[in-house]
Design a protein around this ligand. Structure first.
Ligand code: LLP
Length: 447
């Protein structure tokens, strides 16, 4: 996929009604406007201000269950390890912990967050291309279910850390299957040129060597070919078939292969994509690695959390310039980076009933940050807005709040959780004073 794509033709954008109908967390109340579950977004803005991330607990639960259910229905002994990087807010992790989810973590911070939220280490897999010795020691001390190693160099490091700390590390080898997941270049991970995993041709020999190394107990094989995969199941099937072949070879040599980690990556519809269903995903696993009869793991992030979250923002002003209309929001690229980084398309809805039914015209939807990249949408058909009007950015539950920064000294936005009619603040808006927390001005600078 090219990186600087032209804006898609707004004539083919989903309508407001289609956006709402496609997102079960949303509904429209003729009096109060858009609701998330049973809570009016206008109430959330009145209570907590904007910009605010809004997460639907019901959607998290429904999607976790749909995925776990599809895997079970395909006859797989599968465990679901939510990729905490998609949204690692403690309350979000707690909702999924209560559903029985495990976690896929990539840092000591995510490991601590998952544990703090009640996901036991025995259900946590530790992934990532570069784990420090300190992080490996923390993972072993916590007793994680599995560490996914991504290189011969890392396997050696794990062996040393485990031996030095008196642990036996359960290590799976992440294999790079060299398949093209046909997603955005910045989030494809399973090509040979990507930094991830062990080259397929080198994996069997490394696994055999690893099995004999001190402090290591082989835990199986893993793969992950990319994120926001919407192009059908062919790439998945190719990757899983290679994983199954490798597992067969290792088993044939008498090596233990206790389980197979099939990664994440299942896409969601942001605009008009038609991603594979959880049933198709489960079917691809069942027809490839499933044939081996081993336990399997999956690491979905976006599929579970993406459609469960929204970014609620206010219009600061509309400006007109050179025949164009710019809707300037109080949310910006420092909050939701995806449009700036990946040219990602996110649905944008007015919140009030009057605006939802008003005449539409094209607008550029932008934030206040001093970069042209701070653009949420180009040529988007929207009603005329006034100061203080609320807008909702859809499908922002995954890789939204977690990728925020304080660029332009903008505090991190608040985050709320909705469940039925219940509403709770799950992350306070960052205080301005906290923007400088930890900073010092050296004495010699005076003042
Ligand atoms: N497992 C591993 C090893 C991963 O690297 C990832 C995502 C996942 C699981 C979860 O993938 P998911 O099911 O969420 O697609 N910031 C980007 C996405 C980066 C994904 C990185 N790895 C975005 O906003 O689109």
């Amino acid at each position: 996929m090219a990186e600087a794509r032209p804006a898609p033709d707004p004539a083919h954008d989903p309508t407001f009604a289609e956006l709402i109908a496609g997102r079960p967390a949303l509904s429209l109340d003729p009096a109060s406007g858009l609701l998330v579950e049973e809570v009016p977004l206008a109430r959330i803005a009145a209570l907590h201000g904007t910009p605010t991330w809004v997460v639907s607990a019901g959607t998290l639960r429904r999607r976790y269950r749909a995925l776990a259910g599809a895997l079970a229905a395909a006859g797989l002994a599968a465990s679901v390890h939510y990729a905490a990087k998609a949204n690692d807010t403690l309350a979000v992790l707690r909702v999924l912990a209560a559903e029985g989810a495990g976690a896929d973590v990539v840092s000591a911070g995510e490991l601590r967050a998952a544990e703090a939220a009640g996901i036991p280490a025995s259900r946590i897999v530790y992934s990532g291309v570069g784990k420090t010795r300190a992080e490996l020691a923390a993972a072993l001390a916590a007793g994680v279910m599995q560490i996914n190693a991504e290189s011969a160099e890392e396997v050696a490091m794990i062996s040393e850390v485990a031996a030095a700390t008196g642990h036996t590390a359960p290590v799976a080898l992440r294999v790079n299957p060299d398949v093209d997941a046909r997603t955005h270049a910045k989030i494809t991970t399973g090509r040979a040129e990507n930094k991830f995993g062990v080259a397929y041709a080198e994996a069997a020999a490394l696994y055999a060597r690893m099995a004999g190394m001190p402090g290591i107990r082989p835990a199986g094989l893993a793969t992950h070919i990319g994120s926001q995969i919407t192009s059908g199941m062919a790439a998945y099937r190719a990757a899983y078939a290679r994983l199954a072949d490798l597992a067969r070879e290792l088993l044939g040599r008498g090596l233990p292969v206790p389980r197979l980690d099939c990664g994440g990556g299942l896409g969601i519809p942001y605009r008009d994509e038609i991603p594979p269903t959880p049933e198709a995903f489960a079917g691809a696993i069942a027809s490839t690695v499933g044939r081996l009869g081993l336990p399997v793991m999956v690491e979905p992030g976006r599929w579970i959390a993406g459609p469960a979250g929204f970014l609620l923002a206010s219009v600061i002003l509309e400006k007109r310039s050179g025949g164009r209309r710019f809707v300037v929001l109080d949310a910006a690229m420092n909050d939701l980076l995806r449009p700036a980084l990946y040219d990602a398309w996110h649905g944008i809805l007015p919140v009030s009933p009057a605006r939802l039914s008003a005449p539409l015209s094209p607008a550029e939807v932008v934030g206040p940050v001093c970069e042209t990249a701070d653009t949420f949408a180009r040529g988007r058909l929207l009603p005329a807005f006034g100061e203080g009007d609320l807008v909702l950015v859809c499908d922002a539950g995954a890789y939204g709040s977690v990728m925020s920064s304080t660029y332009n000294a903008r505090p991190l936005a608040a985050q709320v959780l909705v469940e039925g009619a219940r509403l709770a603040l799950i992350r306070e808006r960052q205080a301005e004073a906290d923007l400088w927390r930890g900073q010092r001005i050296p004495d010699w600078l005076g003042g």
